[in-house]
Design a protein. Structure first.
Length: 588
């Protein structure tokens, strides 16, 4: 194997033609490539350079170790150099940093304890990952400020939390407080973890909703769950400074916000995103994409024929929109590593497919999941689409324990599924995985409607949530169900008769000011009343979820009225920020 003696160019014996593979960076992409390369070629010399102490760890598990749900942090350490040597005969060198690439000489300059050395390669794979973005907040160097991306970050954060818990045990009476800056996937997981550790938690998010990639009508469901667990939300505002408090103060710092709010904190966790760690590639003259990602072809090969790149630093093509950029997810990184190893060793490859960005997060009792682009991304890319919304039970509604799954999905005018999102307390993962598979397969509304999914009362319904998404999309796209959207409430209220076809009791509990209430079971007998009230205007119908109002819309259309159904019904109306401006009696 390759010697790691500093100060010399190290080349393994190559008289037998063994291929020299050097992998820069471990974890998901790098280790997948190295392991696959060994499985393909027992004779290859494979060196992995990892600048940290840990070459293979489960980064997605970090928040769950903070919470104590994973009690033993060693469970996150999947492999070490010794285990990788024993199982795969890999030469793994931790605390060895790739400092420069000589593409002409095909060597990597490696910095390690004791100096530098040159390492030759036939094939070089770059898996440098991404680095944490730190926002322009004064005082981020305070020891109370943490990030959560690496094992070192985990150690630092849990050490601080243990110290605070020791203070409580020793008699501290002031509750410990934490502020999480950033309400994305990792930020929300961290919030849950810190609450589980007994801290009082606030969240600061520059966007006007939690989990910014989520559709605006679904995000308030998560916000409500956070508030129900005592989490303070500060949305649409930025943090500006971390101010150190004097010795003896109740809390270590104050986090100042742009609106003048001051939040006491013993821990500040910053989680506002990452950027590709592509500095090494850029210095070597490799082509980069617009957002700093390393540009690669369908086999993960960079602009240099002897260099490949995978993981968070590599450019991907986003499905549907065709745009390019980073997608810092473990699943794509693992697949890219496998593909790159195949290409490096001359094995047949399956070209990289566009990335869907499928992701999921648990927020206390709720689950939120996404696949494909959301409405804003589609609109920005100029992709024509129609959205449908469904609120359906995760299993048979008459079977005990049924929970609603709230789905918002986007479809092209020709019926193709473009993206979907879901929130609920049960069954969300199953539905988003089905929808992600359908999206990859190019399925449309008709295909979703015809999917044959497992049904028994404890597990699903005869018309599954996914089928219902297909049914609704069919009705919208073929004109059977003209619809209006909650975001258009102002315009609709000014130009149409709003018809509430819920029961009188539901209407009394909360309704839109000026809406005419005619329960759908009474509608046929009161058509003339509706016609007179409409006075030639369109009729904008709604019920609780869109089902009864669909029936009412069909009745009105048959009677010659211009009727449209509210997508998602009242449940969507009261969670859509622009639309839910004080419907009379609506929950705050």
């Amino acid at each position: 194997m390759i010697s790691s003696t500093p100060g010399s160019t190290t080349r393994p014996p190559d008289t037998d033609g063994a291929r020299r593979v050097v992998v820069v960076g471990g974890v998901a992409g790098g280790m997948s490539a190295a392991a696959r390369a060994r499985r393909l070629d027992e004779r290859a010399s494979i060196v992995v350079l990892e600048q940290s102490d840990h070459v293979s760890f489960a980064g997605c598990g970090l928040p769950y170790q903070v919470s104590g749900e994973i009690p033993d942090r060693s469970a996150l350490l999947l492999h070490d150099p010794a285990s990788l040597r024993a199982s795969l005969d890999l030469d793994v060198r931790t605390r060895h940093r790739a400092a420069a690439i000589d593409r002409v000489g095909q060597t990597v300059t490696v910095a390690a304890d004791g100096g530098t050395y040159e390492l030759a390669y036939d094939a070089l794979l770059l898996a440098p990952g991404a680095t944490t973005v730190l926002p322009p907040i004064e005082g981020l160097g305070h020891p109370a400020v943490h990030t959560l991306r690496t094992i070192a970050d985990l150690y630092a954060l849990t050490t601080r939390l243990a110290g605070l818990e020791a203070e409580i045990a020793a008699g501290r009476t002031t509750p410990t407080r934490a502020v999480v800056v950033g309400a994305g996937f990792i930020g929300l997981e961290a919030v849950e973890a810190l609450v589980a550790r007994g801290l009082t938690v606030d969240v600061v998010e520059r966007a006007d909703q939690v989990l910014p990639p989520l559709e605006p009508d679904l995000a308030p469901l998560l916000a409500g769950e956070l508030r129900d667990h005592g989490v303070g939300l500060h949305l649409g505002i930025s943090a500006t400074a971390v101010v150190t408090q004097p010795a003896g103060a109740d809390h270590a710092v104050v986090l100042e916000l742009a609106d003048g709010t001051a939040l006491d904190a013993d821990v500040v966790l910053v989680s506002v995103g990452v950027r590709p760690a592509s500095d090494l590639a850029e210095a070597a003259g490799l082509a980069l994409g617009e957002r700093g990602t390393i540009r690669v072809d369908a086999d993960q090969r960079t602009s240099d024929p002897h260099v490949w790149a995978v993981g968070d630093a590599a450019e991907v093509v986003h499905a549907v929109t065709g745009t390019t950029g980073p997608v810092p997810l473990a699943g794509p990184a693992n697949r890219q590593g496998r593909r790159a190893a195949d290409a490096m060793l001359g094995h047949p490859t399956t070209p990289q497919a566009p990335v869907l960005g499928t992701a999921i997060v648990r927020v206390f009792g709720l689950t939120a999941a996404v696949t494909g682009p959301n409405h804003t991304t589609l609109a920005t890319a100029g992709v024509a689409h129609e959205q449908v919304r469904v609120h359906a039970s995760h299993h048979a509604g008459w079977f005990p324990g049924a929970e609603p799954v709230h789905v918002t999905a986007s479809f092209a005018p020709d019926g193709r599924l473009l993206g979907a999102q879901a929130v609920g307390r049960a069954g969300v993962d199953k539905r988003i995985d089905v929808l992600a598979t359908a999206l990859r397969a190019g399925f449309g509304a008709d295909d979703l409607a015809e999917l044959e999914l497992a049904y028994a009362p404890p597990y699903g319904a005869a018309k599954d949530v996914v089928n219902m998404v297909g049914f609704v999309a069919q009705n919208v796209l073929d004109g059977t169900m003209p619809q209006w959207h909650a975001a258009d409430l102002d315009e609709v209220g000014a130009t149409s008769l709003v018809l509430d076809v819920r029961s009188h009791a539901e209407h009394a509990a909360g309704h839109l000011d000026g809406a005419l209430n005619v329960p759908h079971t009474e509608l046929r007998d009161r058509i003339d009343e509706v016609r007179e009230a409409a006075a030639g205007r369109p009729v904008a119908v709604h019920c609780a979820t869109g089902v009864r109002s669909y029936l009412a819309t069909r009745v009105l259309l048959a009677a010659g009225l211009d009727a449209r159904n509210l997508s998602g019904g009242w449940l969507t109306l009261i969670t859509t920020p622009r639309a839910a401006r004080e419907p009379e009696g609506a929950p705050a």
